[in-house]
Design a protein around this ligand. Structure first.
Ligand SMILES: Nc1ncnc2c1ncn2[C@@H]1O[C@H](COP(=O)(O)OP(=O)(O)O)[C@@H](O)[C@H]1O
Ligand SMILES: [Mg+2]
Length: 265
């Protein structure tokens, strides 16, 4: 830290918030992530795209500590975090949302967010006490619910929410951890067009003051949100750049048409 941010072509080139060097993960000899070097600029939305099986989720597992790399390193805010346990990485400020079910179905929407706020206060062994003992968390929880458009549903049980609204709740639960870096794995998966539009707008709103890495199949969403895109293929970085750069790269067109993921925009 401490070095001044420079500007090149209008894009901030501040020190990366997250950097991987030659990151690799093999499963029984199969290299799912193969020598990936990424540099994520602070305050940006950085999308990771690529055909099914390209290694996107494994990459997220490496960044969040759920999988230990075979080789290579991960640095967050200039400090090495390679091989740290998931809860330690989360405490440093990297929080992952979606594809991990963080919702308690039998608590209300509001209490789900309060549980997450409570865990952030680093008293994880305390029993959760619904009601007055935690009223001090109400204000912040209601703000977060307002951010994701869930305030009207605050008293419903989480189990009563529609699929799209559950994903908005997952986002509020993740934001309650106040992450510097938010990892979103396929936030629009399984959603109809209306919910896709809502969640895209939502991600655009909650990006303020944080960095987001997004795995997303819907290229319209990627085009709307991303400052930078990394295309993975068979575990390796194929191409990196803006949406305009990436979409006209013949290698990307090949990878998508050849990879069975060509049904989007
Ligand atoms: N735990 C695991 N054990 C063995 N193989 C795995 C494991 N996780 C992922 N893989 C393999 O790694 C490759 C990349 O998978 P994944 O990261 O899920 O791709 P993506 O998210 O891009 O679809 C796939 O071939 C998958 O079968
Ligand atoms: Mg995946």
């Amino acid at each position: 830290m401490g070095r001044p941010a420079r500007k090149q072509n209008g894009v901030s080139s501040a020190l990366p918030i997250l950097e991987t060097r030659d990151l690799s993960k093999s499963f029984a000899g199969y290299c799912a992530v193969d020598g990936v070097s990424l540099s994520i600029a602070p305050g940006t939305i950085h999308a990771i795209i690529g055909p099914n099986g390209a290694g996107k989720t494994t990459l997220f597992n490496l960044l969040s500590g759920f999988v230990v790399p075979t080789s290579g390193s991960v640095a967050f805010e200039g400090r090495d975090i390679t091989g740290l346990a998931p809860h330690k990485i989360a405490r440093r400020g990297i929080v992952r949302s979606f594809q991990i079910n963080s919702i308690f179905p039998h608590l209300t929407v509001l209490d789900n967010v309060k549980v997450s706020l409570e865990s952030k206060t680093e008293l994880p062994s305390r029993f959760w006490l619904p009601g007055s003992a935690t009223n001090r968390l109400d204000e912040r929880a209601l703000e977060l619910l307002a951010d994701v458009g869930l305030e009207p549903e605050k008293d419903l049980l989480a189990a009563q929410l529609s699929y799209g609204r559950k994903r908005a709740l997952e986002l509020a639960i993740s934001l309650a951890q106040d992450p510097a870096l938010l990892l979103l794995d396929e936030p629009t998966a399984g959603m109809g067009p209306q919910d896709v539009g809502r969640i895209t707008q939502l991600i655009g709103r909650i990006r303020a003051g944080r960095t987001i890495v997004l795995v997303e199949h819907n290229l319209n969403v990627v085009a709307d949100l991303s400052d930078c895109i990394t295309v993975l293929q068979r575990g390796k970085v194929l191409v990196e750049g803006t949406y305009a750069d990436v979409r006209r790269d013949p290698r990307v067109i090949d990878a998508y048409l050849g990879g069975g993921a060509g049904s989007h925009a």
